[in-house]
Design a binder for this molecule. Structure first.
Ligand code: NDP
Length: 403
């Protein structure tokens, strides 16, 4: 029975606290804090209606380390779950160190002024978390998160070593809007407009954004174009599974999304450097976020499924030579919405956030220092995915990917 403080009242925060409230034996007391108190209160109301559980709420600017430290001390949680934006990661880690509380998140730190996802800033906190006898778990969402647990599980149960790994992220959902993003538009657009990178033979290979495309037939979704992209779990997988020769990340985008994004980029609306408009400094991408639909508002209209998984090729554990396995989860937008009031992209992130938090609170995953999810036994996490709404399937493919 433990107290948890969740920071961030977006779609992911909403799913995570709903799922925590559904597991009161693990999460005895829940506080949800965010920049806008009204959003926390609206989520608390929904949690009360759906589960009967009352959660506490608080207003916090998590970039203010002193105020966040004071809030942590006041709430007295065993764990702080950071579901705000990547910009807040280091500030919340600082506050956790100051207050002496464990930390968890779903996205790695990124400086506002540079679209550069890298773990190095958070890995640099390892010694300080060790010294304080505290634990930080990084990246317990779906990707990063489940995709790394899938790779760890395949290495434990199917392959003695992985030679190539492809992560395939398909969102077959249709929200009925001409252009919208399924999670925070600023973070999403920074991610997809950054150059693509994949890991090959011990080095990064960089290619222009959205330049490499393949079609893939996703189960329960159908054929979709997917694009090679950089994604943060490539860095931690390359570090913790150094034997993998090639690791790639693919994400599906529809033609309409690509067309809109290309125009927005061409006219300068995705710039992250400030421009002066009528005497005020504005960042075009932040202005764009303000006029795009809120991801949370897409929930009621989104239909279709997500299918996210790993395809790994390597030496089979059963001694049968080289084999290829595909391990994936399919999540239905409408079912996710019916359960928590949020669409599947928030659901597939919020559920693993709840699971990571549960494993830390229960001491199933423990340690001192800063950890990535690949460093722990995948089995308890995989078992909880099946029980808490994200069941997975594994199948052997007849051959490795042909591209
Ligand atoms: P949203 O933009 O919907 O929500 C972010 C929330 O954080 C908002 O409530 C926002 O407040 C709050 N917030 C922002 N800045 C601060 C601050 N300084 N202090 C306190 N609260 C703040 O994002 P999502 O819910 O979609 O995503 C949440 C996190 O999950 C992000 O880091 C995202 O990158 C990550 N993510 C990870 C995925 C994975 O698979 N690993 C997939 C999808 C998302 P306000 O409402 O006032 O703006």
């Amino acid at each position: 029975m433990s107290k948890v403080l969740v920071i961030g009242a977006g779609g992911v925060g909403s799913v995570a606290v709903h799922k925590m409230a559904m597991n009161p034996d693990i999460f005895a007391e829940i506080t949800l804090a965010s920049r806008t108190l009204a959003k926390c209160d609206a989520i608390a109301e929904s949690v009360k209606q759906r589960t009967g559980v009352s959660i506490a709420t608080a207003q916090i600017d998590a970039d203010d380390v002193a105020a966040t430290t004071a809030l942590i001390r006041k709430v007295g949680p065993a764990l702080v779950v950071n579901l705000a934006l990547p910009y807040q990661d280091l500030h919340i880690m600082e506050a956790c160190l100051e207050a002496g509380v464990n930390y968890m998140d779903t996205a790695n730190y990124e400086p506002r002024e540079e679209a550069k996802f890298e773990y190095r800033w958070q890995w640099a906190y390892d010694a300080r978390f060790k010294e304080r006898g505290l634990m930080a778990l990084l990246g317990s969402g779906f990707d990063p998160g489940v995709t790394s647990v899938f790779a760890t599980w395949l290495k434990k149960h199917k392959l003695s070593s992985i030679r190539t790994l492809d992560i395939l992220d398909c969102n077959g959902g249709d929200h009925g809007q001409a252009f919208a993003t399924n999670f925070n538009p600023e973070i999403n657009i920074r991610e997809v407009t950054a150059p693509a990178r994949h890991w090959a033979n011990g080095a990064w290979v960089e290619t222009p954004a959205m330049a490499i495309k393949q079609e893939f037939d996703f189960k329960e979704v159908g054929p979709k174009n997917m694009y090679l992209m950089y994604h943060e779990e490539l860095e931690s997988l390359a570090r913790f599974m150094p034997e993998i020769e090639r690791i790639r990340f693919w994400m599906t985008f529809g033609d309409a999304y690509i067309q809109h994004l290309t125009v927005l980029q061409n006219v300068g609306m995705t710039r992250i450097d400030p421009v002066i408009y009528e005497g005020h400094e504005i960042v075009p991408l932040q202005f764009l976020k303000a006029v795009l639909p809120e991801p949370a508002s897409l929930g009621p209209t989104t239909k279709g499924k997500t299918n996210i998984g790993d395809i790994a090729t390597g030496q089979a554990l059963d001694g049968g030579g080289e084999k290829t396995f595909y391990l994936y989860n399919i999540c239905d937008h409408e079912e996710a919405y019916a359960e928590t009031g949020n669409q599947a992209v928030s659901y597939t992130t919020g559920v693993p956030a709840m699971i990571g938090a549960a494993l830390m609170l229960g001491g199933v995953w423990s340690g001192k220092g800063v950890f990535n999810i690949e460093q722990f036994d995948p089995d308890p996490f995989m078992e909880m995915l099946n029980r808490h709404g994200l069941p997975w399937q594994v199948e052997e493919l007849p051959a490795p990917l042909s591209f």
